[in-house]
Design a protein. Structure first.
Length: 399
């Protein structure tokens, strides 16, 4: 796609903001059709699907935030002049075409499009069939905004493909694709990695851990655990596994307290054999696969560990590499935990729910990457560019 100057991109975003606000009733009405056809038994997916006035406000806020951010394209990363007279400048450049595959979440249709467009990329949006009515309205508004500003609507495309058609498209795309981002659960990620013929940046899998050290403030730990587990169970930054230091003072009393606190929020517990001795009515973790599982439900594992080293080992073996936290008053222990745990975001005395572009100061996000190339963590505007070397000479040849 042609490189657009910042002014025209921001004018398009101003138009999108206006159209989203003016057509919010139409968006919500389309969403009601999607909700009516959806099975509410999958609570996490249903929560992601809902679009109300607050959700539209969130979409508008996301566009405004990106509109106010500095244009990420064409920024000089380095500049050097060689002894042979060559001037070499490394600048940021668009990826080209990005494809995002996501389930439910109509707000992603807006956030992904605004980020890709401001970074001068073309984006292919493959939303789930459960949100098709909402996504069609949102993409129609994007196309209207582009055309009102004299631009082609090719910058943003909605792909309405069945599973078999998506598989065929990934293997033999009908147009060049530079990057694919699957944003969803483990099955979606594996499907894309299996069939894609271009680079895939993995996003969305959580299975997040928290370790409570024996020096931790217990009341603070309870507060953080409840927030991380129950604030939004459908989020990839929600808590699934709780590791407790067996040296914790009044351990049995605190395990009962934790049980009661989580049960008040209807969280079902799975416990190891040691915790089972204190909480006999809870179900034992019988299968190791449970430790690898992202729940996206009111469910959590509780287990005892000998120390922070055992906690680190367990987290690095089983977690999704998304977010991990330690509750401790020992700063040296916190630093060691945060250095050695292999997660995109590591926390000391805070909820994992902050692994989010807006909360981390990145702004709107395309996804939360759990890969290490080319970026880890929230994929914001600055992460949706690659780089290009500009080499200026006066007839130099290599000898």
């Amino acid at each position: 796609m042609n490189l657009l100057d910042t002014d025209i991109k921001n004018k398009v975003l101003d138009t999108v903001i206006e159209l989203l606000d003016r057509h919010r009733a139409e968006i919500i009405q389309a969403n009601s059709l999607d909700l009516k056809a959806f099975n509410k038994d999958d609570r996490a997916m249903y929560d992601r699907l809902v679009v109300d006035n607050n959700k539209v406000d969130g979409m508008i806020k996301a566009v405004k935030e990106v509109r106010e951010q500095e244009d990420p394209v064409g920024k000089t990363l380095s500049e050097v002049e060689r002894d042979n007279g060559l001037k070499i400048v490394n600048k940021t450049a668009p990826f080209g075409t990005i494809m995002i595959i996501y389930e439910s979440r109509p707000d992603v249709t807006v956030e992904a499009a605004v980020l890709a467009f401001k970074a001068n990329n073309k984006i292919l949006l493959k939303g789930g069939k459960e949100a098709i009515h909402t996504n069609k309205v949102l993409v129609d508004l994007w196309h209207k905004a582009l055309r009102l500003n004299g631009l082609s609507d090719e910058y943003i495309q909605l792909l309405n493909l069945k599973r078999e058609e998506t598989q065929a498209f990934l293997k033999n795309p009908t147009q060049p694709i530079d990057l694919i981002v699957p944003r969803g659960g483990e099955r979606l990620i594996q499907f894309v990695k299996e069939h894609a013929a271009c680079p895939v940046l993995v996003s969305g899998r959580g299975n997040n851990f928290i370790y409570v050290d024996h020096t931790a403030d217990w009341e603070q730990s309870i507060k953080v655990i409840l927030n991380a587990k129950t604030d939004k169970i459908s989020a990839c930054n929600a808590l699934d596994k709780i590791l407790i230091d067996k040296r914790l003072p009044d351990l049995e009393k605190k395990l009962v307290h934790l049980q009661k606190a989580l049960h008040e929020f209807e969280v079902a517990l799975l416990v190891d054999e040691q915790v089972k001795e204190v909480l006999p009515n809870e179900q034992v973790i019988e299968n190791e696969e449970t430790w690898y599982e992202e729940f996206l439900a009111l469910k959590a594992c509780v287990a005892l560990v000998s120390d922070e080293l055992e906690a680190i080992e367990k987290i690095n073996k089983y977690s999704g590499g998304h977010s991990s936290a330690i509750m401790t008053n020992d700063m040296a222990k916190a630093r060691e935990f945060m250095d050695r745990v292999d997660s995109g975001a590591v926390y000391h005395n805070a909820s994992t729910r902050f692994t989010d572009g807006g909360q981390m100061g990145v702004g709107a996000e395309l996804a939360i990457s759990t890969d290490k190339l080319h970026h880890r963590g929230p994929l914001g505007l600055e992460q949706l560019v690659t780089n290009k070397y500009y080499v200026y000479g006066q007839g130099q040849v290599r000898v």
